[in-house]
Design a protein around this ligand. Structure first.
Ligand code: SAM
Length: 205
């Protein structure tokens, strides 16, 4: 990783992904988490304040050391144990059927082999376990999609490989998840090409 990706980008994400509108989505996506949880792309722990008390412990998967350091103040403010136990969602060093829930917020856009990461999430979830997600991706409207296709190369360079056109629901169903709750909307406060969010719950059968 270069200096920008390693040191600067996690700080930008820490601020840019902590707007009032994103915090509302974090509250929603976290509210039904329970038991043993794995969070992929933990970043700087912006979801930590929204973990409900029903969560027993959280395994954080995050490659960026700076993100993990920035999480420190949030980790000190929670009573829920959180351990950073892996660096790469594409290859998880955990046994099959280990977790009750998984959490992913604005991460599937960035993981290079997202299909591999979703396979891994399914493998480590218990049968019937749930993935709680809020992700930006391919917009519902063709006029927005056109801009997403134009801007994606710049977005990827500027934001550590972040894609604009990933079809979130299709990726989840291709990985074998069954979507049980879904809300697709444009998040307020950001341009539509960046703000086409899918928020919901997917079950690993
Ligand atoms: C846009 S940030 C979102 C961070 C965090 N989920 C949030 O909601 O604030 C994308 C995150 O994915 C992480 N990431 C990138 N590649 C990854 C990988 N292979 N496995 C797990 N996380 C990864 C990045 O380091 C970054 O923290």
């Amino acid at each position: 990783m270069g200096v920008y990706t390693e040191h600067i980008l996690p700080r930008i994400v820490d601020v840019a992904c902590n707007m009032k509108e994103s915090r509302q989505q974090r509250r929603r996506v976290c509210e039904k988490l329970s038991g043993d949880v794995i969070e992929i792309g933990f970043g700087s722990g912006l979801n930590v304040p929204y973990y409900p008390q029903a969560v027993a412990e959280v395994t954080a998967v995050e490659p960026a050391d700076v993100g993990w350091k920035l999480a420190d103040k949030r980790l000190r403010a929670t009573s829920i144990p959180v351990e950073r136990s892996a660096l790469d969602g594409q290859s998880l060093p955990f046994a099959d059927n280990s977790y009750d829930c998984a959490l992913s917020s604005w991460t599937l856009c960035t993981i290079p082999d997202v299909a591999a990461a979703l396979r891994e999430v399914r493998r480590v979830l218990k049968p019937g376990g749930t993935l709680h997600f809020v992700e930006h991706g391919l917009a519902p409207d063709e006029s927005v999609r056109r801009w997403q296709r134009r801007l994606e190369p710049i977005q990827k360079r500027a934001f550590g490989g972040c894609h604009l056109t990933r079809p979130v629901v299709q990726l989840l169903t291709d990985a074998g998840f069954e979507i049980t709750e879904l809300d697709v909307f444009y998040e307020d406060g950001a341009p539509k090409f960046l703000a086409a969010d899918s928020l919901g719950t997917a079950v690993s059968p």
